[in-house]
Design a protein around this ligand. Sequence first.
Ligand SMILES: [Zn+2]
Length: 495
Amino acid sequence: MFKCYKTILFSFLTCTHLSAAILVVNSVDQKENELQVLDNAKASYVSTTDLSKVLTSRLPYMNKERMKMVLYFSDTRIKISSNSSYVLVDEVVYHMPVPAKDNGVDIFLPTVPIFNILKQTVLPGITYDAIKQRLDIDVVEFNITNLGIEQKANGTILSIYTRERFYDGHISSFEHDNGWFYLTVQDGIVDTTRINKAETRGVIAKVTANQFAESAQISFRLRSEIIGHEVFQSPDPNAIVVTLRTPFDKSAERIRALRDRWQLDTVVLDAGHGGKDGGTVGKSGAKEKNIVLDITKRLGLLLEKKTNINVVYTREEDVFIPLWKRTQKANESNGKIFVSIHANSNPNRTARGFETYLLNQGKSDDAIELASRENAVIKLEEHSGNKYKDLTGENLIMATMAQSMFMKESEELAALIQSELGNRLDSRNRGVKQAGFVVLIGASMPNVLIETGFLSNPSDEKRLKQAAYRQQIAEGIFSAIVKFRSVREELLAEG
Ligand SMILES: [Zn+2]
C-alpha cells in the first residue's frame, strides 16, 4: 500500500549547525522538496510553515503574537501552539511527547510525533524514515470513508462506508466489558477526521477512529448493553454493516404511537343536515343545509390547498346522513378533529352572532332548546332503532364523560375558532358554549359544533347568503385549525 522509493540518500552527517532539512519525495511525480528542521540533542523539530507549504495547497493562518497556527488540509483544520504539546485536529486532541517550539517567526513541531498525527488523520499516504530524514508521500486514498448510524426500535445499525470489499477474515469485532465495541479492519485506511465527526445516536454514545500501521480501528462507546451483534459487508454502496441489538425499545414504540395519535393529519368536516333534513330556514328562504355545505366545502378547499391535512367530509352533496353515521365515518377515517358546521335559529329574531359548542349537558334553557332542535333529526332517521338508545339523563352523562378526555382540546379548538371568527366577521361573538349534541357523541377525537349565525335574524341571514361572508367564515375556521395544529406540534416537539 505504501510504496517505498529508494532514492539518493541525503547525508546529514555534516550537520553541525542547528538547521538541517528533511527530504520530501512525492512518489507520484518524483518532485522533491525540503522541510527545514531545528535539531537539538534531544529531538528533531520540523518547520510548520514548511509543512504547510509542501503538504497542503492552502495558506496557513498565523497569529504571531500568541504564536498559534492553523493548517488547512482540505476541510480539516489542525491547530497548533508554541510551547504546547497538544495538537487539535478538528477539535480532537492529539498529544505529542514534547511541546512545540518557536523562533519568533515560525513554530516547530517534534518531527516524528507530528508525522504520526498527520498519517493518522489527514495524510494516510506518508511514510517517514527518521534515520534517512526522508518523508515519502504517496497518494493513498482512504478505503474506509464514512460512518452512518441509524436507530431502530430494537437496535442500532452502523454502516461503515468503504471503497472496496474487504476479505471477510480481515474484519474483526468484539464487545469489551469496558462498555466499548471495537471494529478492526486489516488493511483499512480510515478517514479518521470524518468518522470522528459522525453524529451519534441510538446505543452509540461516542465514536473514535484510529489508524494503525496495518489496520484501522473504529471504537464505539455504548450507552447500554447490547444483546448481540452481527457484521456483514454489503455492496452498492460498499459498506461494512454492523447491527447492535438492544432489548426492544417499548418507549420508542410508545412515543411513535402517541405521535401518530397526536399528529393532526386528518380533519373530519361535518356539514349539518342534508337531504330531507333541511335544518332551519330563514325568513327569506335561506336553508341551513345549503349554507353550511357551502361553508364546509370552502373550508375543505382551503385545507386541501394550503396544508397537507387530509380532509374527510361526512357529506359533499345534499343528502341525508344519520348522525351516528357521521361519527362512525369520523372514527373510521382516523380523524384527529371533528368540526360540525351549522346555522342557528331563535324565536327571538334579534338574537344574532356566531358561537361554538362543546358536547356537554346543556346548562341554559337556550342550550337545551338548541340541542333538542339539532338532535330532532333522529326522528327523521329510518330504522335508527336503538342506535341512540335513550340519550337523555344518565346516558347523556355517560356519553359526555367519555368525551371528557377530549374536552380540554375541544375547548382549545373552540376558543381558537371563536377568536379567529371574531377577527373576521361583522357579527356578534357569542363565545364558547356547551350543549348535549348527539352528533358529537361517539366522536373519538376533539370535536366542536359551530353555529355560524342566526338565520332567524334578518341581518345574519343577509350576510350568510353572501358568498364573501361564507368565505370569511371558512377562512376563520381554517386559521383556527392551523393554529391548533401548530400548538400541538410544538407540544410534540417538546415531548
Ligand atoms: Zn343545524
